[in-house]
Ligand binder design. Structure first.
Ligand SMILES: [Zn+2]
Length: 322
């Protein structure tokens, strides 16, 4: 008997049924769609309703220096293990909306089309979820990198969420608004300083800084997760006897930094501290079998973490119909 090769598998009897699907006379073929359906995913946490709002994906070309303590070849191997192309990192963005019953709380705000053409859809998806930006009561910011704060304003500088109180981690506000810190930076980080000023300078009096560890909204407690940035913050959300840990950028793209938590991407400002924070949080999530959510996990950006031989693995949540 002939061996089943890849080609015979793809063209052989398994697909013979497909070959019988001949065009029906007079039937018009469906047009090829150019877009996806809405990127909205709702799930329940006790009495809270959570809504994952997809903003899009940025395909970032990366070089050998992208991970400080791993070679470009090792990074490409990790991408290949996830069936991804070498030299390009898909960075997915998903904001999390929490409806506590009394308040609508948005955690981070999307890219507002200011980072890549293939992202910036959060507000369209908010509309698809039936919610107006003016209905948001509280915005929680995890840290001041542009992909998390750009959605606060339009490109023209108008506030997007007219009635929202904006809460930010105090050490993050202190660090990024300090002119001395800015003067000591160059390149990308310097641009982040300028961007933080563009977003916050004229509304800084309206922004409420919180101490890491403080309860920031009903049932939402901030969790210090320093390293990615000086004031980077995660959020633990509780309702009834259920909880979820919104990890923000603690673990980032799972194929690289959940599987290889010791790797230090160049965007972690304090690499060794970020690794320590990352491993502590992933370990806790795995040990406690916690439901987790993270801004750069693939949509709908929630699931569980298991421990493996050398690192951890994200087990994505199954899409539930109701
Ligand atoms: Zn980010």
């Amino acid at each position: 008997m002939a061996a089943l090769t890849r080609r015979s598998f793809l063209t052989g009897p398994l697909l013979a049924a497909g070959a019988a699907t001949l065009p029906v006379p007079g039937h018009t073929a469906a047009p090829i769609a150019g877009t996806q359906g809405p990127g909205v995913y709702r799930y329940q946490l006790g009495d809270h309703q959570l809504t994952a709002l997809y903003d899009g994906t940025w395909y970032l070309p990366i070089d050998d220096k992208f991970v400080r303590n791993a070679s470009g070849a090792s990074v490409n191997e990790a991408l290949a293990a996830a069936f991804l192309a070498p030299g390009v990192l898909p960075i997915s963005f998903t904001a999390l909306l929490v409806n506590t019953g009394a308040k609508l709380v948005l955690i981070d705000t999307g890219t507002a089309g200011q980072i890549a053409d293939s992202a910036g859809f959060m507000n369209a998806n908010l509309a698809a979820a039936g919610i107006s930006p003016s209905a948001i009561d509280i915005i929680l910011i995890s840290h001041f990198h542009p992909d998390h704060i750009d959605g606060i304003k339009t490109k023209d500088g108008d506030k997007v969420f007219a009635n929202a109180e904006i809460l930010v981690p105090e050490p993050e506000l202190t660090f990024w608004m300090d002119d001395g810190n800015m003067s000591r930076t160059a390149g990308t980080v310097h641009r982040y300083f300028l961007n933080a000023r563009r977003i916050f300078k004229d509304i800084v009096k309206e922004v409420r800084p919180f101490k890491p560890g403080a309860e920031v909204a009903p049932g939402i407690v901030s969790v210090p997760a320093f390293g990615h940035t000086p004031g980077h913050t995660a959020f633990a959300i509780h309702s009834g006897n259920q909880s979820i840990l919104a990890m923000s950028d603690t673990a980032r793209e799972p194929w690289l930094f959940v599987r290889h938590p010791e790797w230090q991407p160049s965007y972690d400002m304090d690499g060794p501290l970020a690794v320590k924070t990352r491993i502590a949080m992933l370990d806790r999530a795995a040990a406690d079998r916690m439901l987790v959510e993270a801004y750069h996990f693939p949509f709908p950006a929630c699931g569980h973490i298991t421990k493996t031989g050398g690192g951890y693995e994200l087990v994505p949540a199954m899409w539930q119909p109701l």
